[in-house]
Design a protein around this ligand. Sequence first.
Ligand code: SUG
Length: 446
Amino acid sequence: MKTIEANFDGLVGPTHNYAGLSQGNKASIHYAGKVANPREAALQGLEKMKALSELGFVQGVLAPQERPDIATLRRLGFQGSDSRVLSDAAQQMPAVLAACCSASSMWTANAATVSPSADCADGKVHFTPANLINKFHRSIEHDVTGKILKSTFNNPDHFVHHQALPSTEYFGDEGAANHTRFCHEYGEQGVEFFVYGREAFNPQSTSPQKYPARQSLEASQAVARLHQLDPNKVVFAQQNPAVIDQGVFHNDVIAVGNRNLLFCHEQAFVEQAAVYESLRKAYGSQDFHIVEVADQQVSVVQAVGTYLFNSQLLSLDNGGTMIVVPSECENEPAVWNYLQSILNDASCPITDLKVFDLRQSMNNGGGPACLRLRVVLNDQELAATNQHCLINNQRFATLSRWVKKHYRDQLSEKDLADPLLLTESRTALDELTHILNLGSVYPFQN
Ligand code: SUG
């Protein structure tokens, strides 16, 4: 039986905008208030999906959320018609309205943590939606995320869907952005690597001073338990608080792994040498590669500015590994020179490079790896997956047409209360649920 790693990218929703919602995420704060282009954002994302599917990778798509989130605004006491809810919120609490309009579900690395069936004691693929409790605009995603995941992986013989962890900072969970899996072949049992920012129940533990550590150790441990992982095949490591304070708000901004390869900055983890040792021990063979980047080669500031580590590492049929980076890497000489040097180094497992323009997402702090959720699937599990959510040239064409029909090419804060935006968004999403055969996943459809 063949087992592959599929990448499920988030389709950018029609309300993509720059609201400066994520303290600790430098790009989000820097671009606050700028005019966004939702149409371009969605098309940039689709181009990446199409390109990777054409290269032979299994590529899926996850639907966006309903935004503006009228249901949440009503929960907060806004009443009357939908237009009234929007106008009152805009007048009384514009920051809350902006949060309820964010298209942040596009970053599906934060949608959930996924463990492949080979790692889970019951032999099924496990999904735990991330509660994303640290940011209000993200904390309102997990309910619908769970529904979308259930419609995409809709077969209890193969897929187990857990509830998100309790919605409290004690169990702050950011999903796959802080989770990496190492394995020899995708179908074999792997090592699951959970990176946390702080220990919620240990007041003595170290944590960042300036910016929040979004993931708690206790959340990572809970996910490992829920997924029935073998404790000998799980490694927990703390993210270096000093780099969180420099804008590394998720581990996937400073480290990425695939198969037997870890690519990371030398300042990524607390007690980095011990982390490497634990990974090697859990992996169990000598064939484990670590490509560590020194601060002298690429500084943390440069890594955060270019998202070098928010890359995708994809296994090629010829045994090589392709690194997928955002075009910001091309524009920073230190990073670009570094990438050229590893491609020219025969001993480095990274052999190929692909660059994508993802600027619309990057301006909110979301690179290639943020935009995708990895789901390892064997033949049967892939066959049990909703086939309408897999990208091929035809689906790409349908989705591109759909984006061009429904999306605006400009959006700024003053547009968020426009009742027409709500109508446009719902019309688009209703059509999308048919294209992707999702059934009714949105509050407005129930
Ligand atoms: O949670 N940005 C997202 C970016 C998430 C990136 N994901 C990963 N690293 N996996 C966040 O900070 C900004 C929205 C705004 O400011 O309008 C935002 O939510």
